[in-house]
Design a protein around this ligand. Structure first.
Ligand SMILES: [Zn+2]
Length: 251
């Protein structure tokens, strides 16, 4: 019974973290801004994803858990530390994704503090003195208290809950739109139509960028389609850090 009530409490806390803005800001949707974000990051997001962004003269945000760099996972190999440093040198933003790709709700306050310190220190060792202002929750997982803990450390935290950020937004749980192969070109065009018409901040997120992508990745062709569409439509595309400044969401 105690197990049941504690798992219910965790579930309620996750729900609250998702729906209660703990760092609300008003984003008046006067313009359309798009960001591309990559989680984990599979080496194909480096070889294909970053290369495509570079081809268009654009920059993305790569949320990296340095403790898994170079490791082979179920669906991909994670990029190496050298590749992480290269991304940063090329002007892409490096974001934090915990050290060990941990579901933050499973960590105590002290464990999360330690993990986060480890994550930042390692990324600074890899990339040199770079700003590390932005975080993404592994698995989109957070309860209210860990969400509050992390929002004190970062300019923004990004989840995986679907939506385009406009009106009252939550800097502690930014919403995303999936750039998965299943989204398709029509789906991408529809999202861009929507943000062009209504304004707001559309944050795409994906994982691998491969010819045979996982269910949470996309092909180079779909990413190319999105980048071309944005360029043709003249929509502004920025990293998370840059967008926060441009949209006047951080001081
Ligand atoms: Zn992840």
């Amino acid at each position: 019974m105690r197990d049941l009530s504690s798992s219910l409490a965790l579930k309620v806390s996750r729900r609250l973290a998702r729906y209660v803005p703990t760092r609300p800001r008003m984003l008046r949707p006067q313009r359309a801004v798009v960001s591309f974000t990559f989680d984990d990051v599979p080496d194909t997001a480096y070889t294909n994803g970053a290369r495509l962004l570079d081809d268009y003269g654009l920059r993305g945000t790569f949320y990296i858990a340095p403790g898994i760099c170079g490791k082979t996972e179920d669906h991909w190999r994670v990029l190496t530390r050298e590749q992480t440093a290269d991304l940063s040198r090329r002007g892409h933003e490096i974001g934090c994704h915990t050290y060990a790709h941990a579901a933050v709700q499973s960590l105590s306050v002290a464990q999360l503090e330690q993990d986060d310190r480890n994550c930042r220190q390692t990324l600074l060792q890899i990339c040199g003195d770079i700003p590390l202002g932005n975080f993404a929750f592994p698995f989109g997982n957070a309860g209210l208290s860990r969400k509050r803990q992390l929002q004190r450390q970062y300019d923004s935290c990004r989840g995986i809950h679907v939506g385009t950020n406009r009106g009252i937004i939550d800097l502690a749980m930014l919403r995303v739109q999936e750039l998965y192969e299943s989204t398709g070109k029509v789906g991408v065009d529809r999202l861009l139509d929507d943000v062009e018409r209504k304004g707001g901040w559309l944050i795409f997120y994906t994982h691998d960028v491969a010819e045979n992508p996982s269910a949470i990745g996309c092909t180079p062709a779909l990413l190319d389609h999105a980048l071309k569409a944005i360029t043709t439509r003249g929509i502004t595309c920025m990293t998370i850090a840059r967008a926060l400044t441009e949209l006047k969401l951080t001081p």
